[in-house]
Design a protein around this ligand. Structure first.
Ligand code: KET
Length: 515
C-alpha cells in the first residue's frame, strides 16, 4: 500500500496532478527527498479553520525518517510564504505554488476512496440465496433457491451427452478463434430448428434473425436494447409475478414496463381473465413478455386453448409477443411439446421475439449459451434485424463464447446424441416430478389442518410456488435451513426424495405458525 501516513498543508495552490484512474500522484522533490502527492486521497482536517491537502509517502520507513519530517516542515514553510488560501489541492511538479500559509496540519493515515458514495447493493434475490446457503454449516441445509438441477444426492449434474459432445470436440482439436459477432453458425441453425422445428415455414422462408447470446439473460438483454432503440417509448408487459431478473433487464435497458395479472392466490392458479383484460388494456403495439413453458415462479402455464385466446388478443391489439424460453423440455419432458406455444404464434404468421437458454435443459449454466430469435414477416427484414442485433452485441461483449455453442450444435446435430439428450431430459424432468409427488404426499400425510396441497401437483417445471409469504420464507431459512426465494418459490430441482419429509415439516411449521 502506498499511503501510510500523510501530512497536510492548507491551500497548496497551483496546477499539477492529472487524473490517472484512482490515485493521482505527482512526484515532487524537496530537499532532495522524493515524495508522492496523492491528490485524491485527502481529508479535511480543519485546523485554524482551513482545508488541507495531503502529502503521502510510499512507505512507513520513509515517513519515519527524520529527513521526511524535515522536508515536510520545509514544504509547509514554503507554502506559508505564498499568498492566500483557495483550498486547492493541486501541487505543481517542480514547485509548490501554494497561496495560503496560515494553517498547517498533520493527518493520521486516511485513505479515502473516490467510490465512497457508492452504497452496498443488496444481494440478488435468487443468486444471493446460494451465497447464504454456502455460508450455512447445518447438516440438514437445503438449497431450493436457484433453479439448478441436482441429482438425488443433491450434487450438480453434467449430462452424459454433454460429456460425449466435449470428447468429440477435444478429439477434433478445434481452435479457439473468435466467433463471428452473431455466434457459431451451426449453433444458430440448430437452436432455431429446435425451437420451431426444422420444417417450420419461418425457417424455410428464412424469416428468423437468430443471434447467439450470453444465455437466456444476455439474449433477453439484446432484445431489450433493440426495443429501446427501434421502438422508443414502447412498453413491455410483464406477468405478475415473473422471474426476478426480467424487471432488471428492462430497467437497465431503459425500456418501460408494466405488469399484467397472471397468478391468482385465491385459486392458486392462472388469473386468465385478468391477464386477458390487462393485455387488452395496454397501449397498442406493446411487447408482451410470455414464458414459453414452465412459468417462473408459479409453475402455471396456460392451456393450449388459453394460448389461442392470448394470441387472438395480441393480434387484435397489434402487440408483439416476446417469449422467454428457458425451460424447453423441462415442463413436459418433451422438447417439441414445450415449444408448442411459440409455434402456435409463429403459425399465425405473427412477428415475434424468442429468447432461448440452454442453462437448464442441457445443464450448461456456466457456459452462458442461448440465443435471441426474431421472427420477421420477410427474410429481408430478418437480415436487417440481425445486422442491428450484431451492432448491439459488438460493443457489449464483441462476440459470444464458443464452448457451449459447440456442445449444443453437436448434441442437436447428431441424431444419436440428440436422442440420448431427450432421454436424459426425461430423466431429469421425471426426478422432479417424483419429488413433487413425494412432497405432496408428505404434506398431505403430516398436515391435519385440512389444507389442500394439491396445487403442488398441478404446477409444472422446476419450481413450486408455495404461497409462503416473506416472514414464512424467512422462517424456512432461519429455523429450518431451507434456502428459498422470498416470494415463496422453491426449486424442486434441488430437492431429494430423502429430504421431502423434512421439507414438509418445515413448510407446515412455517405455514401454520408464522403469519
Ligand atoms: N428466463 C427465465 C424465466 C429464467 O427463469 C431464467 C433463469 C433465465 C431466463 C435466464 O437463465 P440463463 O442462465 O441466463 O439462461 N432462472 C434461474 C436462474 C437465475 O435466476 O439466473 C432461476 O430463476 O433460478
Amino acid at each position: 500500500m502506498a499511503v501510510v501516513a500523510s501530512f497536510g498543508v492548507h491551500g497548496c495552490g497551483g496546477a499539477g496532478a492529472s487524473h490517472r484512474g484512482g490515485a493521482q500522484t505527482e512526484t515532487v522533490t524537496d530537499g532532495g527527498l522524493s515524495m508522492r502527492w496523492y491528490r485524491m486521497m485527502w481529508c479535511r482536517w480543519w485546523l485554524h479553520g482551513g482545508g488541507i491537502c495531503l502529502m503521502m509517502s510510499e512507505a512507513w520507513s520513509e515517513i519515519q525518517s527524520v529527513r521526511w519530517w524535515v522536508s515536510i516542515f520545509n514544504l509547509v514553510k514554503a507554502n506559508s510564504m505564498l499568498g492566500t488560501s483557495n483550498h486547492s489541492t493541486f501541487l505543481a511538479k517542480d514547485s509548490i505554488r501554494a497561496k495560503s500559509f496560515t494553517r498547517a496540519s498533520m493527518n493520521v493515515a486516511v485513505k479515502v476512496s473516490r467510490f465512497n458514495d457508492i452504497t452496498m447493493a443488496p444481494p440478488d434475490p435468487i443468486l444471493g440465496v446460494s451465497e447464504a446457503f454456502r455460508a450455512d454449516t447445518h447438516e440438514m441445509k437445503l438449497n431450493l433457491g436457484v433453479g439448478a438441477y441436482r441429482t438425488e444426492d443433491l450434487q450438480p449434474y453434467v449430462l452424459s451427452v454433454v460429456k460425449k459432445a466435449e470428447t468429440l470436440m477435444l478429439d477434433r482439436g478445434e481452435n479457439k478463434e473468435y466467433l463471428p459477432i452473431e455466434g457459431l453458425d451451426a449453433f444458430n441453425k440448430a437452436t432455431a430448428e429446435l425451437l420451431f422445428g426444422a420444417d417450420n415455414a419461418v425457417i424455410q422462408q428464412q424469416r428468423v434473425a437468430t443471434v447467439q447470446g450470453l444465455s437466456g439473460t444476455g439474449s433477453l438483454r439484446l432484445a431489450a436494447v433493440l426495443i429501446e432503440r427501434y421502438f422508443p417509448g414502447s412498453k413491455v408487459l410483464i406477468s405478475s409475478p415473473t422471474w426476478g431478473n426480467h424487471k432488471n433487464i428492462f430497467n437497465d435497458a431503459r425500456v418501460p414496463w408494466s405488469e399484467y395479472r397472471y397468478y391468482d392466490p385465491k385459486t392458486v392458479g392462472l388469473d386468465f381473465d385478468g391477464m386477458i383484460a390487462d393485455i387488452k388494456a395496454a397501449p397498442e403495439g406493446s411487447f408482451v413478455l410470455l414464458h414459453g413453458c414452465a412459468h417462473n415462479p408459479t409453475g402455471i402455464d396456460p392451456t393450449s386453448e388459453q394460448w389461442e385466446t392470448i394470441a387472438d388478443v395480441i393480434q387484435e391489439k397489434n402487440h408483439i409477443p416476446f417469449f422467454d424460453v428457458a425451460y424447453q423440455g423441462f415442463a413436459s419432458g418433451s422438447l417439441d411439446e414445450d415449444a408448442s406455444s411459440v409455434r402456435l404464434f409463429a403459425a399465425r404468421g405473427m412477428e415475434l421475439l424468442i429468447a432461448q437458454s440452454y442453462s437448464k435443459n442441457l445443464g450448461l449454466y456456466a457456459e452462458r449459451i442461448g440465443a435471441i430469435n426474431i421472427v420477421c414477416s420477410s427474410s429481408d427484414a430478418a437480415q436487417r434485424v440481425k445486422s442491428q442485433l450484431k451492432r448491439i452485441a459488438r460493443p457489449m461483449y464483441s462476440n459470444p463464447p464458443i464452448h457451449g455453442a459447440r456442445i449444443v450444435a453437436n448434441v442437436v446435430g447428431n441424431p444419436d446424441l440428440f436422442n440420448e439428450w431427450k432421454e436424459e431430459m426425461e430423466l431429469m424432468a421425471g426426478r422432479i416430478k417424483s419429488v413433487r409427488k413425494k412432497l405432496y404426499d408428505s404434506l398431505s400425510a403430516k398436515d391435519n389442518s385440512g389444507k389442500d396441497w394439491s396445487f403442488i401437483l398441478k404446477q409444472i417445471g422446476m419450481f413450486s410456488f408455495t404461497g409462503l409469504n416473506k416472514a414464512q420464507s424467512d422462517n424456512m431459512t432461519n429455523k429450518w435451513h431451507v434456502y428459498m426465494t422470498k416470494d415463496g418459490r422453491i426449486s424442486l430441482a434441488g430437492l431429494s426424495s430423502a429430504k421431502c419429509e423434512y421439507l414438509a415439516d418445515a413448510i407446515i411449521d412455517s405455514y401454520h405458525n408464522i403469519s
